[in-house]
Every structure is written in structure tokens, then in C-alpha cells.
Design a protein around this ligand. Structure first.
Ligand SMILES: Nc1ncnc2c1ncn2[C@@H]1O[C@H](COP(=O)(O)OP(=O)(O)OP(=O)(O)O)[C@@H](O)[C@H]1O
Length: 360
């Protein structure tokens, strides 16, 4: 049975370090939830509190609404797959997978059935008697997953489980997580600093920064409506422009940048000092001169990115923006200093909080 988790005003201090700073978060029963953030932002600290491996300094952690503060790790309906897989090297695959169940007193055919069911689930049927030391990295990763899933946890914690695997294996295991999540119906919580992993797997994700949660949303929302400049940059929206004027009506506004006006959707404060215009590179295109709404910009240069090319353009006040164009686009005639016209698709520009940017 999947379980919901309530994190209510939780802080965790390690001496002067605030690893978690007043975090409130609701994780729904059965969802694939990801804690995403760069090193040191507090993701593992939060995971440890859910797993019961650590105690918060203040605040409350509850499962299905019930406080679990006094429940030790081994009595929580939670299993964890750690980055260091911590398989027992002197045990076979089956012994590793069955370890937790044996501790719970299971034996004989009940134990055998549960072990082989878990091995089937991770596509390692028939591997029970193998020596774990002789398995490939991906197979070891699967054994670690089977060992957690065999306990039929309501909550499965995945702590950077793909770190250290090569790209092909990462992709394979990523697909595996998605499949297992659907099959088991448990609440999955993944901790990662890898954006691709988070975007491809999560129902919802939280971006963390310095012990705080900056935004919780479905992956697509982070691109449509980033909560602030920090989040926008974190998900790869690098074009953040400071407007010199904003005229707002409801959810829409006109922002003026270096004398040029463009339509923006308002997602943050419509306040000059506290907001920036975030522009999605995939919603801009080179347009025929004068096609509205269009901006006139100066070519700075291009950078080859493999599957596409970044074209960097500048406003007359020196602020720059980047457009993604096809890698083989015929831009031979574009040279630095030349003026081009740039069209905006709907919702190309949003006005968001400037939090996370240095003051102007
Ligand atoms: N046991 C501890 N004692 C002292 N400081 C700690 C301890 N555990 C974590 N910290 C500090 O708390 C902050 C958050 O650490 P945490 O491990 O939660 O970050 P993280 O986002 O998981 O980072 P990483 O991706 O590098 O694992 C960091 O500044 C870290 O140095």
C-alpha cells in the first residue's frame, strides 16, 4: 500500500550548518517524487529523516498523517536503495535479497517464493545462486532494488542510485525505476542532482537550494512558470533580462527592454526591482524583418551544441539572449554585429521573481 508523507516545518541543524531550513512538503501516496538540487542543498538530510536514520531539530514528519518521530528506521514502512549498494559480499544473490525477510522470521517456501518474485520483478530470474561479486554493475544495482522491493515497502527511497553507472546503464536503470514504480504502486522518492533523471521519471519534483525548497511542481511547470531566477537557471533557462519598464494588466504585461517592448506572462511580482523576464530559448525564432511581435537584436556569435546550435544575440543595452536553432540551419550569412529580427512564440517570456540573482 502506498503511503503519503507530510513534512511540516522541518529543520535540521548540524552545529552552525542549517542542512534543512523550515521545510514543508506533502508527498502524495503512490507518486514518483524527486528531490533535486546541487551538492549540499539538503536532499540527503531530508531523505534520512523520512527513512528514520536521523532526527530533525524541529518540525514534524508524518506518514498518512501519523507522526513517525518515535518510529525507528527498522519499524518504518520504508526501504532504501543507497548510492553505495552495500550488498553483502559473502552472500549469494538470493541470500542478499532474502536478508530482510529472514530477519522478520520468514523461511521455507514462503521465503523462496518472495525472493523469486522480487528477482522476476527486476528481471534477474534464475540468478539466485550467483555470487554477487561476479555480477555486472547493472545486475548489482538490480539486486539492491530487489532487496528493497521484496519487503513490499509503502515508500521506496532511492538515494542517488545511478551515480557511478555508465550512461547506457543509467538509461536502462532509469527505465527500470519507471516500470517498477508502476508495477509496485509504492511511493518512490528519488534524490538526485541530475536534471534529466528528475524530468524523465517524476510525477512531481522539488528543487532545493541551501536547505530550502524553492519550488514543488510537475516537471513541465518548472519551464512554464519557474518560481524565481534561481530555479529558472537551474532548469536551464539562462536568458533572464532586467526590464526597464513593466505595464501589467492581470496575468499579462508588456515589458520594455532596451527600448523594445515584448509581451510577458506574469508569474511573479510585476515589480521592476523584484522581477526579471525569463525567456525560453525553444520559443524564439529568427523572423522576417518587422514581423510582430519581434525584437531587433545584434548577433554576438554561435555555439555548436551537437543536436542544435545556440545563437547569442544582444540588446542595445548589452543584455543578451540565446536562441536554439537547428544544428544544420543555414546561418552562414549571419555574422557578428549584424542585426536580426527575432519572433516570439506564445508564452516565450514570463515575468518571474528575481530571487537568486545578484542585485542589479
Ligand atoms: N552529519 C553531518 N554533520 C555535519 N554537517 C552535515 C552532516 N550531514 C550533512 N551536513 C551538511 O548539511 C548540508 C546538507 O547536506 P546533505 O548531505 O543533505 O546535502 P545533499 O544535497 O544531499 O548533498 P550531496 O548531493 O553532496 O549528497 C551540507 O552543508 C553538509 O555539509
Amino acid at each position: 500500500m502506498a503511503i503519503s508523507i507530510q513534512i511540516d516545518r522541518v529543520s535540521r541543524e548540524y552545529g552552525p550548518v542549517k542542512a534543512l531550513d523550515d521545510v514543508t512538503l506533502d508527498i502524495r501516496a503512490g507518486e514518483f517524487f524527486t528531490l533535486l538540487g546541487s551538492s549540499g542543498c539538503g536532499k540527503s538530510s531530508l531523505l534520512k529523516l523520512i527513512g528514520g536514520f536521523d532526527r530533525q531539530t524541529s518540525g514534524r514528519v508524518a506518514f498518512d498523517g501519523k507522526d513517525v518521530g518515535n518510529l525507528p528506521a527498522n519499524r518504518r514502512p520504508v526501504n532504501t536503495v543507497f548510492q553505495s549498494l552495500a550488498l553483502f559480499p559473502h552472500m549469494s544473490v538470493a541470500q542478499n535479497v532474502g536478508y530482510g525477510l529472514r530477519l522478520r522470521g520468514l523461511s521455507g517456501s514462503t521465503l523462496e517464493t518472495r525472493i523469486s518474485g522480487a528477482l522476476d520483478l527486476v528481471e534477474l530470474s534464475g540468478f539466485g545462486q550467483r555470487d554477487v561479486n561476479l555480477l555486472s554493475g547493472g545486475q548489482r544495482q538490480r539486486v539492491a532494488l530487489a532487496r528493497a522491493l521484496v519487503m513490499e515497502p509503502g515508500i521506496l527511497l532511492l538515494d542517488e542510485p545511478l551515480t557511478g553507472l555508465d550512461e547506457r546503464l543509467r538509461q536502462q536503470m532509469r527505465d527500470e525505476f519507471g516500470r517498477l514504480h508502476k508495477r509496485t504502486g509504492a511511493t518512490f522518492i528519488l534524490v538526485t542532482h541530475n536534471q534529466d533523471e528528475a524530468l524523465s521519471l517524476s510525477d512531481r519534483m522539488a528543487v532545493m537550494h541551501r536547505g530550502r525548497i524553492e519550488q514543488v511542481d510537475a516537471p513541465a511547470r518548472f519551464f512554464e512558470a519557474p518560481a524565481n531566477a534561481f530555479v529558472a537557471r537551474f532548469v536551464g533557462i539562462d536568458t533572464l533580462l532586467r526590464p526597464e519598464r513593466i505595464v501589467a494588466t492581470g496575468n499579462h504585461a508588456e515589458a520594455t527592454i532596451a527600448g523594445q517592448t515584448l509581451p510577458v506572462r506574469v508569474e511573479g511580482p510585476a515589480d521592476l526591482a523584484a522581477s526579471v523576464v525569463a525567456i525560453r530559448p525553444d520559443r524564439l525564432f529568427l523572423a522576417p524583418q518587422g514581423m510582430p511581435p519581434a525584437l531587433t537584436l545584434m548577433v554576438v556569435g554561435t555555439t555548436f551544441r551537437g543536436l542544435h546550435r545556440d545563437l547569442k544575440l544582444a540588446f542595445s543595452d548589452g543584455q543578451t539572449l540565446v536562441i536554439a536553432i537547428e544544428a544544420d540551419a543555414d546561418i552562414g550569412q549571419l555574422s557578428a554585429g549584424q542585426q536580426v529580427s527575432v519572433g516570439l512564440k506564445p508564452d516565450a517570456a514570463v515575468l518571474i521573481s528575481s530571487a537568486g540573482l545578484p542585485p542589479a
